[in-house]
Write a new protein. Structure first.
Lengths: 379, 379
């Protein structure tokens, strides 16, 4: 058996062809034909009203931070068990972060702990759909509404995933918050190397989003003939990915069904082979009741960090690359410079015990069987 | 004669081939093989010590702003006649901008006016090498050193351009400031659709640049084995372009000589055909004595905005697209919200009178002849 990497980007066939088409069209800067095709795809498939491709999910979060007009001293509520960009986007604008613990059995933010953290200064609740699995959005949305603060879905891992709403509806993740952000980094289900998208569901932010995206100018109004010259009217930045990236992404989106169906097979295969057979102390990931599974990730939860380190080494010895994930941000040296140490036991537990198994489109049945057998033999 | 656009991106041949290679290598996120090839190219060709590809020149400027630790109330000195991103990057961190006028005969910052604008709060002088032509760097560098403030070269248009130093040396633009930023937007000489680069010439900033580029984590140290886990240690963002973009860029860089030689032919051709033959009141662009010409742009300076508007319409009637450039930022509605109106007559003059002619690799001799004859016939 050859080395099994943790990730291997999958190319669905038309990527180069569409990039060539972008060249043939003579436009490779942003916001061209393929960017529009991607925006339309998301609108038609998931009902996302205003989609804006960005160069990364990080950049999409930074756009949110500017749109929310975050000022020094404003507060943001976010889970501790997440990627740094979830909060850095707000810290860059001067925000203080109030970190919330995870659920005992899932890394998602424990919604029951949110309200106590809300203050007069709170500007937004940022939830992260870890492993593409929905947070408790009904409850969190009602909290945000009650306190008149924005809800942001960091949906970096949550493409093509859904929330079972209390009214019985299946709602696509990314369509509920005032804003949602997606990643197309090569480790995600749908990729463009680097890349991201901002979804704006609250129409109060549409017009300013256009300006901020155009480096703080009213260029879009100029092209619509609403002003005769465009000029500097606001802060802003460059968030547009090249048409090359959009063309690549579009080829992936055309294959969404196929990619997702294959990934779900892989996930199910892992689950069936490991369910009830895991070595002592190791548990399978659990899916919240209100969430669907978009097969972004397959992870195990070990008893402690020692066991996890041993399992990583055991797998490595058998040429299988497995990787842990986040260090809880509330314990980071950067956060502790200006905040007191506190205990968020579940975030800390997942920081020490969560282990991700190889997961990519081209992972074969034999490889999955081999990985599972290697895990089952671990003592 | 068919429509002649203002710009047409040029593809030098290997772009798709190298993007395919990136796919074949199985890595399309940032900082891979082709990113390193680009960094090495710039180091070898221009002596830029620390190069970091970014998703745009705007993003490179934002990285500078973070590295300089710009705080609310800090001041930045910059020309008024420039693109909004030159200053937005600093405004996003809370800086106030002190705008400086252009030279009478060139849009570059008038270096004689800089010192009077320096205060205790000044953190950086940002110069822009307009049309790829060097600012008076000896003088400005000595000012920055005297006052112990950073010098930033916004070299968005200045790839492969040089400064004749007083000591007789030809110094590549981008190698003198503490920082320099380049653009590879499709309107530039060397392109990747969207794209940019940060050059760091002051080694005090190397280590923090690595961290900020890694979203505020010490991931680079982790990969070098200097720490056993990487974590949140600073602010940061996502600045990496995909390997697809780097692969595209590398194909362009391999053809730098050819691209530049063709562009210089086009520039010389414009100059020879128009020199001494321009309609009354219209002048050719002038090149500062201490600057080389990288053939980024060919522009005319009209007598006033009326004449320019008429010339644009005349050219448009003959199917030639010509475009004006910046509105001086000191007169923008955004700046005037928090600053008093002032007069910067030369920046205002170029705002009203500068006109850029079609300029791209595939512009033919016949097209240039036709454009020049059409201009000469303008009354």
């Amino acid at each position: 058996m050859q080395n099994i990497p943790f990730n291997k980007p999958y190319f669905s066939g038309n990527e180069l062809h569409y990039m060539k088409q972008a060249l043939d069209r003579g436009k490779i800067s942003g916001d061209g034909y393929f960017t529009q095709k991607c925006h339309d795809f998301f609108y038609n498939r998931f009902g996302f009203k205003k989609c804006l491709l960005t160069t990364s999910c990080t950049d999409a979060l930074e756009m949110v931070s500017i749109l929310l007009d975050i000022q020094p001293g404003d507060e943001i509520i976010a889970p501790s068990y997440t990627f740094v960009s979830t909060v850095n986007a707000f810290v860059l604008r001067g925000a203080r972060i109030k970190f919330i613990d995870s659920h005992p059995n899932h890394p998602n933010i424990n919604e029951q702990l949110i309200e106590a953290a809300i203050s007069q200064k709170t500007k937004a609740i940022v939830v992260v759909h870890y492993a593409g699995m929905a947070c408790n959005l009904d409850y969190i949305q009602s909290l945000a509404a009650k306190h008149n603060i924005a809800l942001v879905e960091d949906a970096a891992q949550a493409m093509d995933s859904y929330y079972h709403s209390h009214n019985g509806k299946m709602i696509p993740l990314g369509s509920i918050g005032d804003f949602a952000t997606f990643s197309f980094h090569e480790t995600k289900n749908i990729i463009s190397g680097e890349g991201g998208m901002l979804v704006i569901n609250n129409k109060n932010y549409y017009e300013r989003a256009e300006i901020i995206r155009e480096k703080g100018t009213n260029r879009s109004k100029f092209f619509r003939g609403e002003v005769d010259k465009y000029s500097w009217v606001d802060v802003g930045s460059s968030f547009l990915p090249s048409e090359l990236i959009a063309a690549f992404l579009y080829a992936q989106l055309e294959n969404l069904e196929n990619i997702q169906s294959k990934r779900k097979e892989i996930w199910d295969s892992y689950f069936q082979k490991l369910n009830g057979k895991l070595p002592s102390g190791i548990e399978l990931m659990s899916i919240p009741e209100h969430a669907t599974n978009n097969a972004h990730m397959f992870y195990l939860v070990c008893q402690n960090d020692e066991q996890r380190d041993l399992l990583i080494m055991h797998l490595k010895k058998h040429k299988i690359q497995s990787v842990f994930h986040y260090l809880p941000l509330h314990l980071s040296s950067y956060y502790l410079k200006t905040n007191n140490i506190e205990s968020l036991p579940n975030a800390e537990k997942f920081g020490s015990t969560l282990l991700r198994l190889p997961f990519f489109y081209e992972l074969t049945k034999d490889q999955i069987e081999y990985i599972c057998q290697t895990i089952i033999r671990f003592t």
